[in-house]
Design a protein. Structure first.
Lengths: 224, 295
């Protein structure tokens, strides 16, 4: 599903953010991407959605080398990857359902699809009944669920969560991970960037550790 | 709701969201459009009056006294062959005398007894398709056998040409300046709109919005501002013009200058305003989007 082949990314002044990385994440897998600040996690994600170009190497998403796709096709690549941010990135002047519909409009979904998907994702993240609420009327955990629902609305085969529980208390964080596991169980490939050591250790999933732009650890049932 | 109608709605919502900025932008656009409209109307009136003058101008080619009817027919044919001649009229000696009498209206006694002296020569009155070729047509006419003199009102013709040229040049200059100002104002408003929607645009990019999807609401916003400004300007200028037309055209204050009736130019002004409004709105937005959205 996601494959990095000899990927190197150098910024100006020869700062090497990604150093000959080889990595494969299979379809339906759940993986954690861990590492200290500056280890290359953000660069890894930016390369995946083509916000950055690698200096050398190939990146395959769903079997397609994205280093070769044209600029105008980038939006269609991004539709394959749902993104959840630490700070939720919601539109605070729109209701829960408007935030979700916003994503569906972008992919030019029909009215019927919008209706069906809205219902499905709200149910999936446990927000049924909160459609008309504004994000500010919700708790942090609920806001992250809205973000999750928005990312899932477009039915992406891959979901990336960048520090999804960084702003949440442990109990809420646990609930969010529970939801992520449920989503994964339905077939979505999930990559979570996190510092939540306890949860990583508890879930016993694949853990990929980066440091100085290199993969320093890649365990199938790893710990932080 | 289709994607396009959604994007139009988003553009309209943006206008409401930036309410005070939208109103101030439209007021400035209206002001520039009104100034431009006034210049267009002045120019149209000048051009219309110049055109009337142009049509009245011509040259007079005097025929030798001993020319026969055949000679006259030959000369007429030759003049008709000159490029740029639109109309030719023969004036015999009697008509020339009558014409002189007309010119001395109320003082006909000056001409008493002159009819018998046979001093008024027969001539051709020649009109042009293009006044600017008068000098050449005069020279060509002079070459024809049997024409002994050609006269035309060079001063009037030169004045007409230069008035028209100055007015057109001035309008072009003013028009370009006002157009640039309007585009700059719209592009500045859209720049602010882009900044205030930065968060939204960021999310859109991550979800996979195409450039077209991101820019359309801003283009709609610019186009609506342009069109609404155009319509407001049109209404104001129509009222003002009709008022001036009614007040001044019936008086003799303007001498020979005649205002064009508004019914013959309103659609030209409306069309010019709408095209201009759309152009300013769309082009102004596009400049900002290209610069600040990097699309």
């Amino acid at each position: 599903m996601i494959e990095f082949i000899n990927v190197t990314k150098k910024y100006d002044h020869d700062v090497c953010a990604m150093d000959n990385v080889n990595l494969k994440i299979n379809k339906g897998e759940f993986a954690f991407l861990v590492g200290p600040s500056g280890s290359g996690k953000s660069t890894f994600l930016k390369l995946m959605i083509k916000e950055e170009e690698p200096t050398s190497g190939k990146i395959l998403i769903d079997g397609k080398d994205i280093t070769k796709i044209k600029k105008k096709d980038v939006p269609f690549l991004r539709r394959k990857i749902g993104f959840v941010f630490q700070d939720f990135r919601l539109l605070y002047d729109r209701t829960v359902e408007e935030n979700i519909i916003f994503a569906l409009r972008i992919i030019e979904a029909s009215e019927r699809e919008i209706k069906a998907q809205l219902k499905a994702v709200l149910q999936m993240v446990g927000l049924t009944g909160k459609e008309k609420y504004y994000p500010n009327q919700l708790s942090g955990g609920e806001q992250q669920r809205v973000a999750l629902a928005r990312a899932l609305a477009t039915k992406p085969p891959i979901l990336i969560a960048d520090e999804p529980t960084g702003n949440l208390d442990p109990k809420t964080a646990e609930e969010i991970f529970k939801t992520l596991l449920e989503i994964n169980a339905r077939g979505t490939t999930i990559l979570v960037v996190t510092h939540a050591k306890d949860i990583v250790n508890e879930l016993s999933k694949r853990v990929i550790a980066l440091d100085h732009g290199k993969v320093v650890k890649d365990d199938a049932k790893g710990v932080y | 709701m289709t994607t396009n109608s959604y994007l139009i709605k988003e553009g309209y919502d943006n206008l409401n969201k930036h309410g005070s900025k939208t109103i101030s932008t439209m007021l400035i656009i209206c002001a520039t459009m009104l100034i431009l409209g006034i210049f267009i109307i002045i120019l149209q009136n000048v051009n219309s009056n110049v055109e009337t003058l142009r049509l009245e101008q011509g040259l007079q080619a005097f025929i030798d006294d001993n020319a026969t009817d055949e000679d006259i027919a030959y000369m007429e044919d030759e003049i008709k062959l000159i490029e740029g001649v639109s109309e030719i009229e023969y004036m015999d000696k009697n008509e020339a005398y009558e014409d002189a009498k007309n010119q001395f209206k109320n003082q006909e006694y000056f001409l008493d007894g002159l009819e018998q002296l046979d001093i008024f020569p027969a001539s051709f009155i020649v009109k042009f398709t293009n006044i600017e070729e008068a000098e050449r047509i005069k020279a060509d006419t002079e070459k024809i056998d049997g024409i002994y003199k050609v006269k035309y009102n060079a001063d009037t013709i030169d004045a007409v040409i230069s008035i028209s040229k100055i007015a057109n040049g001035f309008l072009l200059g003013v028009g370009i300046v006002l157009l640039v100002v309007s585009i700059f104002i719209i592009s500045n408003t859209i720049k602010l709109a882009v900044y205030s929607n930065k968060r939204e645009i960021f999310i859109m990019r991550y979800i996979g919005a195409t450039n077209g999807f991101i820019v359309k609401p801003f283009i709609v916003e610019g186009a609506i501002m342009g069109i609404v400004s155009a319509l407001i300007s049109f209404i104001i200028i129509s009222i003002v013009y009709v008022y001036i037309y009614v007040s001044l055209n019936t008086s003799y204050a303007l001498g020979v200058f005649k205002f064009i009736p508004y019914s013959t130019i309103w659609y030209q002004i409306l069309l010019a305003y709408i095209v201009l409004g759309l152009f300013i709105g769309i082009f102004g937005s596009a400049i900002s989007l290209k610069k600040y959205l990097k699309v």
